[in-house]
Design a protein around this ligand. Structure first.
Ligand code: PMP
Length: 401
């Protein structure tokens, strides 16, 4: 029956973890997957999460099904976190929302909704490069995927002129995917002034902004600051779509907690949109999982837990920032590595686009047991006091050839 099914390629990111697991060398380092690690290199369960779980357990809750679009208090508090308490459409009751299977599920439900109902050309523009899963998610959602320039290899920064030109040339009514903060894989974000220009351009060209916010709090350590672009666009009257993930900022990776929301014109339009979100979700998985949404909601709803969470987000972000400074100093002052390394410090969020070539990343895996994506992206969170010296020394060797 399946004689004609071809073997598919392994996932480019999750495949790295396989190679890492098979490696027996004690010095091995996995910088492939974007999951936070503490300074001992261990996965980190937030104290706010543990306390939220205790709080939930103490109420002895049942395990009944959630509704199709999830836990209503969770989506209310999740959208509040993203849009802010002053958000006009949120206060007006015009934001349609559904709980989703983390950020990926939010993008997929959103993509499917747009594929089904978007009134003009069903074309979505993604930054080059973007998170590797964006293209298959939107293609499988029935959208045509195109690209806009984003990263400039020469400056290891934003290609703002290229971005503007490509957005300018997009057909009226196209969808533009924007990383709300901590762009993956480059770690390069527009400045607030650049966001304002992008907002004007999107408005002028009548494009539709779809924000992917997988790292709120992870960029600066502050969830409000990281929501700048989303809130600015909404203030400017854009009716945005938004995918949120609580994988990174609450460390709830495997619990799959996220939300998709869409700013509608009024509460009546919101109700129609939400009815269609239900029709998309029901035949796919009926309703989302309960436990993770309860945890996230407990944190967002409880003042003390929220405060503790905020300080833990800051702690995670700051550890990553300190690793950037250390790595920069080791590569330059300690090891005199040829090339410019300022971008290690200036890039934002979990990842750094190192500029290492595929040949160098291959050499690092084979000779030094250090694993990263072939494009030279490293998860900064995989570095710690115990492995950063070995990492810098190995990179320096690979660059010197
Ligand atoms: N968007 C971006 C840009 C991401 O980096 C990620 C996680 N790697 C996601 C969305 C979604 O992740 P998850 O489904 O685990 O929330």
């Amino acid at each position: 029956t399946w004689a004609n099914v071809p073997a598919g390629p392994p996932d480019p990111i999750l495949g790295i973890t396989e190679a890492f697991k098979a490696d027996k060398d004690p010095r091995k380092i996995n910088l492939g997957v974007g999951a936070y690690r503490d300074d001992q290199g261990k996965p980190y369960v937030l104290n706010a999460v543990k306390k939220a779980e205790d709080l939930i357990a103490s109420t002895n809750p049942d395990k009944e099904y959630l509704g199709i679009i999830g836990l209503p208090e969770f989506t209310k508090n999740a959208t509040l976190l993203a849009y802010g308490a002053d958000s006009v459409p949120l206060k007006a009751g015009s934001v349609a929302a559904t709980q989703t299977l983390s950020g990926t599920g939010a993008l997929r439900i959103g993509g499917t909704f747009l594929g089904r109902f978007f009134p003009t050309a069903k074309v979505i523009y993604l930054p080059t490069p973007s998170w590797g899963n964006h293209t298959p998610i939107f293609r499988d959602s029935g959208l045509e995927v195109r690209q806009y320039r984003y990263f400039d290899k020469k400056t290891v920064g934003l290609d703002f002129a290229g971005l503007k030109e490509d957005i300018q040339n997009a057909p009226e009514g196209a969808i533009v995917l924007l990383h709300a903060c901590a762009h993956n894989p480059t770690g390069v974000d527009p400045t607030p002034a650049q966001w304002k220009e992008i907002s004007d351009l999107v408005k002028e060209k009548k494009l539709f902004p779809f924000f992917d916010m997988a790292y709120q709090g992870f960029a600066s350590g502050n969830t409000t600051k990281d929501a700048f672009a989303v809130r600015y666009f909404v203030e400017q009257g854009h009716q945005i779509a938004l995918a949120q993930s609580f994988a990174k900022n609450m460390g709830l990776y495997g619990e799959r907690v996220g939300a998709f929301s869409l700013v509608a014109a009024n509460p009546e339009e919101k109700a129609r949109v939400e009815s269609q979100l239900k029709i998309i979700v029901r035949p796919m998985y009926s309703n989302p999982p309960l436990h993770g949404a309860r945890i996230a909601n407990a944190i967002l709803a409880n003042k003390d837990l929220y405060k503790e969470w905020e300080s833990e987000v800051e702690l995670m972000a700051n550890r990553i920032i300190s690793m950037r400074d250390r790595l920069h100093d080791l590569l330059t002052s300690t090891h005199n590595t040829p090339g410019e390394w300022g971008h290690i410090k200036s890039q934002i969020g979990m990842f750094s686009f190192t500029g290492l070539t595929p040949t160098q990343t291959k050499a690092l895996a084979e000779k030094a047991h250090i694993y990263m994506t072939a494009d030279g992206r490293i998860s900064m969170a995989g570095l710690n006091g115990g492995n950063i010296n070995y990492f810098a020394e190995s990179v320096s060797k690979a660059v010197k050839g």
